[in-house]
Design a protein around this ligand. Structure first.
Ligand code: NAP
Length: 264
């Protein structure tokens, strides 16, 4: 049996008008790009970030949140329930990345990566489920192309991002009956502070940027708004029959196996 979608909205109201979204780690980078796109689509956004933004995004309320701390997570959800009174969209974006070779990998560093990148989305989604289930909702987890293939020294990062992809499937199965869709995006190289440090430490920054562009069939790296556009679609009713999916947002990088530079 199928259920008919609601009639097409022919008015000019934006796709997410009246919806409330929680985006973790939205003070900068990809999270900020996601928050800006959700606001542009009509949503009210709560930015749950461990630090406040240097400059506020209009339509975005900052709530101090440490995604690794269950008490902090509970406080954030309580605040949303009290202030906004509803929750329709959760974007689990907050994450960290560092390089550490497996040989001698520090155990505390491993636990920290897992706590932020993997346990964080679990804690936030678990706490948000009762509010999301009231009207049906959408969860979007931020994975990575490194859930599929890894750069050197990324044992912990790759493990957490592969875990995010697997957790997305499992959450979609568990939460579907409550009217909650769960999907993930797997960004490729996006221009944020997290990545800039890798580019900046090379003496010839322009050459790094040029060589990075060559890896991408579209000819350039991505911007936070590129991820924000896909998240906004996944959060909207246009994706009402999409759940349990990991959407790669990488300018085609994974589609192009690298050749030796001399043949590239
Ligand atoms: P970013 O610029 O470093 O931003 C991450 C944000 O998350 C920061 O505002 C950070 O706060 C916040 N945060 C860190 N730990 C937190 C915690 N425990 N609780 C709440 N907020 C916390 O990183 P990004 O490049 O935008 O990456 C965002 C997400 O995309 C991450 O999950 C990352 O793995 C993923 N991703 C990024 C790329 C890329 O190319 N950039 C590619 C694939 C996937 P502070 O500033 O205080 O640390």
């Amino acid at each position: 049996m199928t259920t008919e979608p609601p009639p097409t909205d022919t008015s000019t109201s934006p796709a997410l008008a009246g919806r409330v979204a929680l985006v973790t780690g939205a003070s900068r980078g990809i999270g900020r790009g996601i928050a800006e796109r959700l606001v542009a689509a009509g949503a009210s956004v709560v930015n749950g970030d461990i630090t406040g933004p240097d400059e506020a995004v209009t339509g975005c309320r900052h709530m101090p949140l440490d995604v690794t701390d269950p008490t902090s997570v509970a406080d954030t959800l309580h605040s949303i329930s009290t202030v906004e009174g509803r929750l329709d969209i959760v974007v689990n974006n907050a994450g960290i990345m560092f390089e550490e070779p497996l040989d001698g990998h520090d155990l505390d560093a491993w636990h920290r990566m897992v706590a932020i990148n993997l346990t964080g989305p679990f804690l936030v989604t678990r706490a948000a489920t009762p509010l999301l289930a009231r009207r049906g909702g959408s969860v979007v987890n931020v994975g990575s192309i490194e859930g599929y293939s890894a750069n050197p020294g990324h044992v912990a990062y790759g493990a957490t991002k592969g875990g995010v992809h697997g957790m997305t499937n499992a959450m979609a199965v568990d939460l579907g009956p409550s009217g909650i869709r769960v999907n993930a995006v797997a960004p490729g190289w996006i221009d944020t502070e997290l990545n800039a440090s890798f580019v900046d430490r090379h003496p010839d920054r322009d050459e790094v940027v040029r060589q990075l562009a060559v890896l991408h069939p579209v000819g350039h790296i991505g911007a936070p708004s590129d991820v924000g556009d896909v998240v906004t679609w996944l959060a909207s009713d246009a994706a009402r029959f999409v759940t349990g999916q990991v959407i790669t947002v990488d300018g085609g990088r994974l589609a192009k196996p690298p050749l030796p530079p001399i043949m590239g």
